[in-house]
Design a protein around this ligand. Structure first.
Ligand code: ZN
Length: 176
């Protein structure tokens, strides 16, 4: 088991569990963009993303390097394991484009020099950082330099956006 029994009890209690076809909404604290948030057990206590945890429980392993947890229901708070699947970063942005959710126009951090990351990428990168991917792995996925990812990890850039999703700097590399 990749999560302790104590953690699992805490986890499932925060979800509105319904039948298999319905969305199971996260009832506890959320990031601004709707993802559920839960602290890992002591001693780490770092924030995990609820739907990622739900998928990892189903898969009985951590997400593979370079992979994200994607929703079939387009409902960021949903933790129904049947609505979740493992997919690549590319699939994630394709799916968003296909569903017409991608918003254009530069906003904070995006219109700055030759930034190639968009505001939509940042929550996904945070997700990758929190699930233990290295700067090198993430940089390769987005075709940016390690230092670009390091700026996010250390919260030196996109600060307002990172604040809005409750991200604290994660200078150490922690596998949850
Ligand atoms: Zn759902």
């Amino acid at each position: 088991m990749i999560y302790s029994e104590k953690f699992l009890n805490r986890f499932w209690n925060k979800i509105d569990i319904r039948n298999k076809s319905e969305c199971w909404i996260w009832k506890a604290s959320k990031y601004d963009f709707g993802y559920g948030q839960i602290k890992a057990d002591a001693p780490f206590r770092h924030n995990l993303i609820s739907h990622v945890v739900s998928l990892e429980i189903k898969l009985n392993r951590k997400l593979l390097p370079g992979m994200c947890c994607l929703h079939v229901c387009d409902n960021p708070s949903c933790c129904n394991p049947d609505h979740l699947y493992e997919g690549s970063v590319q699939q994630n942005s394709d799916d968003k484009m296909n569903r017409g959710r991608h918003k254009n126009g530069p906003t904070e951090g995006e219109d700055n020099g030759n930034a190639v990351l968009s505001n939509q990428d940042i929550p996904v990168i945070v997700n990758l950082i929190l699930t233990g991917h290295s700067n090198k792995e993430i940089a390769a996925m987005y075709n940016v330099t390690h230092s670009t990812i390091s700026l996010i990890r250390n919260k030196k850039k996109w600060i307002a956006l990172l604040d809005s999703i409750g991200f604290e700097a994660k200078p150490c590399f922690i596998r949850s």
